[in-house]
Design a protein around this ligand. Structure first.
Ligand SMILES: Nc1ncnc2c1ncn2[C@@H]1O[C@H](COP(=O)(O)OP(=O)(O)OP(=O)(O)O)[C@@H](O)[C@H]1O
Ligand SMILES: [Mg+2]
Length: 287
């Protein structure tokens, strides 16, 4: 069942016709699994770069213990919206964010809230893995150290080991923790930066096209990892791969020209979308 769905979606991605429409795909078991309570609630979120508005009044309820996927054509505002969720837009001088974003009911744009601490709670993984030019160990130990999360060396080493294990990288690096992180393969580096994010015990992990620089095998590993991580975390991923959104997410948001067109169960988005723009996008008619 699951395999058919991938095939049909992969077909649609490579310019497939209505005959390979994901709308014909059978449901994917992961979509039927219950999600946790609402973790992040956004209301009328708009993003401006200078005078130009890039995102228009986006309101979504993102569940905990689930993977939420953001899809849509290039330039539709996926990354801009994702960056709102951990205030990364604060670091772009011309960017301005309006509206409200609450995590567990707490306003994350509250002036009293330290964005650095917020970004430890809401970790981010980028398209291109960005390990620090340090050893594998030091990459993962960095966060716990600066946030004072461990008491001594043994605790820190344990934390590094646990994080690497949860990121599915331990077996491949256990015997070379002191080696340079930049010597790892792209897929290993991506799992390393996920371990680095996990090491500070985040509540939410944002991933902006985390697999687009990876080969299919490394991609499969990261997808497996997302599926495991969702048991503990709220995951939000941006992806250009509709097959990936269908495989790993329980909720999907479709954006178009800065507008949130549709947000629903992944199964509904791919099999029974309400909006014609969603249908056109997932069947490969534009984008
Ligand atoms: N730092 C920035 N300065 C000015 N404009 C920006 C900046 N970042 C994004 N934009 C503009 O905001 C709009 C949305 O961009 P964004 O990067 O959020 O889209 P996206 O959906 O992530 O696209 P892609 O799929 O290509 O990554 C685009 O018009 C883009 O040019
Ligand atoms: Mg983007």
């Amino acid at each position: 069942m699951r395999f058919n769905l991938f095939r049909q979606l992969d077909g649609a991605e490579s310019g497939g016709t209505a005959a390979t429409s994901p709308l014909l795909a059978p449901p994917h078991a992961a979509h039927q699994e219950p999600t946790g309570p609402i973790k992040i609630q956004t209301r009328d979120v708009s993003v401006f770069y200078g005078d130009k508005q890039a995102l228009f009044d986006v309101s979504v309820d993102i569940p905990d213990k689930a993977v939420t996927a953001f899809i849509g054509p290039s330039g539709c505002g996926k990354s801009s919206f994702l960056r709102c969720l951990n205030r990364m837009n604060d670091t772009i001088p011309i960017a301005r964010v309006k509206g409200s974003i609450r995590m567990d009911g707490e306003d994350i744009y509250d002036k009293a809230l330290d964005p650095v601490l917020l970004r430890a709670r809401v970790g981010m993984v980028f398209q291109k893995p960005n390990p620090f030019p340090k050893s594998i160990f030091e990459n993962v130990a960095y966060g716990p150290r600066i946030h004072g999360l461990t008491e001594n060396k043994t605790e820190l080493a344990d934390r590094v080991e646990q994080s690497l294990k949860r990121a599915g990288l331990w077996a491949e690096v256990a015997d070379r923790l002191d080696a340079a992180a930049t010597g790892l393969s792209g897929g290993q580096q991506q799992r390393l930066v996920i371990a680095r994010a996990i090491a500070v015990e985040p509540e939410v992990i944002l991933m902006d096209e985390p697999c687009s620089a990876l080969d299919p095998i490394a991609t499969a590993k990261i997808e497996e990892l997302m599926d495991e991580l969702r048991e503990e975390y709220c995951l939000v991923i941006v992806t250009h791969s509709m097959a990936q959104a269908a495989r790993v997410s329980q909720r999907t948001a479709f954006f178009h020209m800065g507008e949130l067109v549709e947000f629903d169960d992944t199964e509904t988005i791919f099999q029974n979308p309400r909006d014609k723009r969603t249908l056109d996008y997932i069947t490969g008619r534009f984008g």
